[in-house]
Design a protein around this ligand. Structure first.
Ligand code: FEO
Length: 400
């Protein structure tokens, strides 16, 4: 893509990553891709806010050169040191040796640790401002959105927020870079939620803290370093992130996420009965088969729905492995405050139920019911599973 002027003096110089299959080596993006958005400000002084992944630095630097003589760059603003945004730094620095690299104190340490850079570096403090001429940049420390060094940059006169990972999402920018020019905003909102739950949700408390810091600063544009630029309705992505972040300490939406793992379909039959019970109460339910679906695509439902039904058998005296993996990632991503139930088959001794209860306690889930059964579910087991579904659905509604 070509550079795009997004405001007077401000250019988007982003690149699309259609190569990486697992973002952070963990999260599937082979279908969706991701963008690394960088922003150039051409004023009396020039500044570049966040860069690109090293792998795409050829594309990135060529794009930048279309609108700017790189050798004259004055400032490199590092909102966040993770290499998806800083990977092009060494090559950029070679082309712009006089540019001053700016970041929070922990960024300065990471610049040395990641790239051996110690010179031409300026340590910023929270709230510090930098005049570029007509435009002023204000640097606001927002730790853990997404790393401890992270800050967001606010363009004072033009009321533009550059939040890096904050308010970002998966998905390449396919010709259109704005919320009002893309043709499928719903897709980008779905991918923003998946990105949020995969990358940022564990730091929800800090996201809310960051949003608070900008409460008194008018924002007319949100220009993150992944995903769409929110020009027409910047409040939309701020509200979405606020709502999602609130779920870390408040109950989420009325609905149940059912996680299924099964070896010979005995547990699946019990789950089917439980789903009938949930449906009879009119509560939305989404089933994910943990054997087939990557946790990346399950986390959005786990995060946003207040009920969880875990259906998985015992395997070698413990939880069915694919389910254990899912629960461990849910714990890692701080999926807390859920109302939950368990059911699963076992052949001689149980074990899955105990592991479920241990994980549920760790995540502060309220367990309403847990039911193990030998072999295939008897009619009485199916009746009980149906009743568990009813009780779970009612509890989810009662807590709303
Ligand atoms: Fe997009 Fe935390 O890096």
């Amino acid at each position: 893509m070509k550079p795009v002027q997004i405001r007077p003096d401000v250019f988007w110089v982003g690149v699309n990553d259609r190569v990486t299959e697992l973002f952070e080596g963990l999260w599937p993006i082979s279908q969706e891709g991701i963008s690394y958005n960088s922003y150039l400000i051409r004023d009396e002084k020039s500044a570049l806010i966040d860069l690109s992944k090293e792998m795409l630095s050829d594309d990135y630097l060529a794009m930048l050169a279309e609108v700017f003589d790189i050798s004259t760059l004055d400032y490199i603003i590092i909102n966040h040191m993770e290499p998806d945004h800083s990977g092009a730094l060494l090559r950029l620095k070679a082309l712009a040796p006089d540019a001053v690299i700016m970041g929070m104190p922990k960024t300065v340490i990471m610049l040395k640790d990641f790239y051996g850079i110690t010179e031409n570096v300026e340590r910023l403090s929270n709230g510090q401002e930098l005049s570029l001429g007509e435009n002023t940049l204000r640097f606001v420390y927002t730790p853990f959105v997404h790393w401890p060094e992270t800050m967001m940059t606010y363009m004072v006169e033009q009321k533009v927020l550059f939040p890096c990972d904050g308010f970002g999402g998966y998905g390449t920018l396919d010709g259109a870079i704005f919320d009002d020019t893309c043709t499928d905003l719903d897709y980008y909102e779905v991918e923003a939620l998946r990105y949020f739950t995969n990358i940022v949700a564990a730091f929800s408390k800090h996201v809310l803290g960051a949003i608070n810091k900008f409460a008194e600063m008018p924002i007319e544009m949100v220009a993150p370093s992944h995903g769409l630029i929110w020009r027409e309705n910047p409040g939309r992505i701020l509200e979405l992130y606020q709502t999602w972040s609130d779920y870390y300490h408040n109950p989420a939406q009325v609905g149940v996420t059912a996680l299924l793992g099964t070896m010979y379909r005995n547990t699946e039959h019990a789950l089917s009965a439980a789903l009938e019970g949930i449906a009879s109460e009119g509560v939305p339910v989404k089933v994910h088969d943990v054997r087939k679906t990557h946790i990346s695509y399950i986390l959005p439902d786990l995060w946003t729905q207040r009920g969880v039904l875990v259906a998985a058998p015992t395997y070698e005296g413990g939880m069915f492995p694919a389910m254990m993996d899912a629960l461990m990632m849910a714990d890692r991503k701080r999926v807390t405050h859920k109302t939950a139930a368990y059911m699963g088959s076992y052949a001689w001794s149980g074990g899955a139920q105990a592991e479920f209860e241990r994980m549920a306690e760790k995540m502060d889930w309220t367990v309403l019911n847990a039911m193990g059964f030998l072999g295939g579910p008897a009619p009485t087991d199916l009746d009980r599973a149906r009743e568990i579904g009813v009780q779970l659905a009612r509890a989810v509604k009662e807590n709303s």
